[in-house]
Design a protein around this ligand. Structure first.
Ligand code: LMR
Length: 416
């Protein structure tokens, strides 16, 4: 084998799924999983949203229920409903039919489609994509693999544990015109730190001035504030309020977290054109269709039908909105509890960032060495960057986690 395949080197396990595998093998009864971002209820169990349970029943009982192929674009009631979730029912872009949508294999599939489409067709600037520093571990490898040049923009100021807005704006200004910028629409992964509205306005204006192309990664809509509208602020500002006038905008959307459809791989890519051009829109759609046809033939049906059932039924939609509040408020409560406990213990350092951050994750500020000790000594699992999935905390384990963090902070000095 080694003679016919060269350079097939064994790679280390994926940082997130490798962590999950180690957690699963750990036999300690009181282990705690704060690794992969997946919502857990207050008993530490996966939660099937009530809206999903009801939609599944409705779907299965429908006389039209079947397992036929979808079209290459996917399930139309799904991807048209999905665009409305992002842009709002009254979006001028939707009304003018400027939104080209294609169902994808969740957010990662949408990012891959975006990267491949840009690689094949983008001529508005260099094939250089700027990612936030830090960002979700998978971003870099998705775009690297496709042959885009990956660079980063400053985002997290380690000292102040806040947004490095100046650094971010400086990079936007110094990047070659027409570069590609990937923005986390809300609930930034891994930092849990989002720009406020005023900061978003500045960021979008700077991007427009340099004619950079924006890809929004929207994986957590409804998870930051509990409110779909508020969490869509930068997307709607850019598109509906025409903050971006000159270039198309790409949105990569996942329903893994906000509908809890993790394993069903439900997502979409939307290419929003700045001006109406039906013929060009059809051409974009046909090219996205070709990529899908070659790679997966046509998208998976079951999860998208469940989500479509929720999006197109008034009662189920309002149940979903309640479910989003249930999830986001439990996470907010756990942030409060963890911070309060650490402050009561007098754990060295400051812990206000835990409640100031938003969405599923907290960037705790713990060092890789401290994280390693948390795992080995205490059975508390989080990503080596110090990112903790707050959704893994509950009333039964938060004391243990606070005590464990207190112990490692006192006993392991971060390397300078
Ligand atoms: C995470 O960041 O934990 C999730 O988005 C899961 C994943 O696929 O990496």
């Amino acid at each position: 084998m080694s003679q016919v395949f060269t350079n097939v080197t064994e790679l280390p396990p994926d940082p997130l799924f490798g962590l999950k595998a180690r957690y699963n093998q750990d036999t300690r009864k009181d282990k705690v999983d704060l690794g992969i971002g997946a919502y857990r209820d207050n008993n530490g169990k996966p939660w099937i949203l009530p809206a999903v349970r009801q939609a599944e029943q409705k779907l299965i009982n429908s006389p039209d229920y079947n397992h036929e192929y979808l079209s290459i674009s996917g399930f139309e009631p799904f991807y048209t409903g999905a665009a409305k979730v992002l842009l709002g029912d009254a979006s001028p872009a939707i009304k003018d039919q400027r939104v080209v949508s294609q169902q994808s294999l969740s957010g990662t599939g949408a990012l891959h489609l975006a990267g491949l489409f840009l690689k094949k067709f983008y001529s508005g600037g260099p094939h250089t994509i700027y990612l936030s520093q830090p960002t979700w571990a998978n971003h870099k490898q998705v775009f690297d693999t496709l042959g885009l040049t990956v660079r980063s923009y400053p985002y997290w100021n380690k000292e102040t544990k806040s947004l490095d807005l100046d650094g971010f704006l400086r990079t936007i200004q110094s990047a070659e015109p027409g570069s590609i910028f990937l923005l986390h629409a809300c609930a930034h992964n891994p930092t849990g730190l989002d720009p406020n509205y005023e900061q978003w306005n500045q960021i979008l204006a700077a991007l427009e001035a340099k004619k950079h192309l924006i890809i929004f990664d929207s994986a957590y809509q409804g998870f930051a504030s509990g409110d779909l509208e508020k969490d869509a602020y930068p997307i709607r500002k850019a598109i509906n309020d025409s903050a971006i006038k000159s270039t198309p905008i790409i949105i990569c959307q996942s329903f893994a977290k906000n509908v809890g459809m993790y394993g069903e791989r439900v997502g979409a890519i939307h290419v929003v054109l700045p001006t109406k051009d039906d013929q060009f829109g059809r051409a974009v759609k046909s090219q996205l269709n070709l990529i899908i046809r070659c790679e997966i033939s046509n998208p998976p049906a079951y999860g998208s039908k469940i989500v479509a059932t929720i999006l197109n039924d008034t009662a189920l939609y309002s149940q979903w909105r309640k479910d989003l509040t249930t999830m986001s408020s439990r996470i907010i409560k756990m942030r409060d509890t963890l911070r309060t406990k650490l402050e009561k213990l007098g754990t060295p350092g400051t812990w206000n960032h835990i409640t100031e951050q938003t969405g599923m994750f907290s960037f705790t500020g713990l060092s890789p060495e401290q994280v390693e000790r948390l795992e080995k000594k205490h059975g508390v699992y989080l990503v080596s960057s110090g990112r903790a999935s707050v959704a893994g905390l509950n009333d039964g384990n938060v004391d243990k986690v606070a005590n464990a963090i207190d112990e490692v902070v006192r006993n392991v000095q971060p390397k300078l």
